[in-house]
Write a protein that binds this ligand. Structure first.
Ligand code: PEP
Length: 244
């Protein structure tokens, strides 16, 4: 793992109120991140402005969990890329399986959002991953290839991170085995290279302090996108340290 490419990002999903976030921040004081691991946090929209400065002071980058592709206007309930920049975000998660499966986001919508994110100076973390039945029927690579195909005409130097998240491993406590992770990351890197990209690829799916080290040691894994285990500063920072 090349040290300057390693990122541990915490996706809080629809969790966290201000009081909990402040407690998390105070626990971070006691758990500084090792220098060569980049750390980022994606809290809900309501906490972005409040967490921007204190996280920046701790060297933690801020990200959002979604964005809308229009710059402004009559889109009730939506948040624009410039609004995220204004709140201090560097990253935005796009294509998360919960948004694909629950909110019906297609690859085309995800690409539209990526273009909007880039034009505002955000770095997308593009999530890709197969469902259990797709893995069991031998279609994993086909699914990943179709999700990555939206990068075909994207500039090679566009700021971009990929997160491989097998859907069957998200929030289930079931992680992909190191063999599955190694094999799938190799395929993703190969596919990215074919498309002209050399970007960082994270693993996500029930990463916790107990399995982080083994997962982060797999060739081709350059960090993690962490859901449930990022809600507590202690477990999140144990994962960060496992990546060091
Ligand atoms: C995620 O939401 O991206 C995720 C990986 O969640 P969890 O770690 O809870 O499986």
């Amino acid at each position: 793992m090349s040290s300057n490419r390693c990122l541990i990002a915490g996706n809080w999903k629809m969790n966290g109120i201000l009081e909990e976030a402040l407690e998390f921040l105070s626990e971070l004081e006691a758990n500084p991140a090792p220098e060569h691991v980049e750390v980022a946090l994606m809290p809900p929209f309501t906490l972005l402005h409040s967490l921007s400065k204190p996280l920046d002071e701790k060297g933690v980058r801020l990200g959002a969990q979604n964005v809308y592709y229009e710059p402004k206007g009559a889109f009730t309930g939506s948040t624009s890329p410039m609004m995220l920049r204004d709140a201090g975000c560097h990253y935005v998660i796009l294509g998360h399986s919960e948004r694909r499966d629950i909110m019906g986001e297609t690859n085309a919508v995800v690409r539209h959002k990526m273009d909007a994110a880039w034009s505002a100076g955000l770095e997308p973390i593009l999530c890709i991953g197969e469902h259990l039945e797709e893995r069991e029927s031998g279609r994993t690579n086909e699914v990943l290839k179709s999700q990555l195909a939206i990068l075909a005409d994207v500039d090679a130097d566009a700021a971009l991170t990929i997160a491989y998240e097998p859907v069957w491993a998200i929030g289930t406590g079931r992680t992909a085995s190191p063999e599955q992770v190694t094999e799938t990351h190799a395929f993703i890197h190969q596919e990215l290279q074919r498309l002209g990209h050399d970007c960082r690829v994270l693993y996500g799916g029930s990463v916790n302090p107990g399995n982080a080290e083994a997962l982060m040691r797999c060739p081709g894994v350059e960090g993690a996108l962490v859901g449930g285990a990022s809600l507590k500063a202690d477990s999140f920072m144990q994962i960060v340290k496992a990546a060091a």
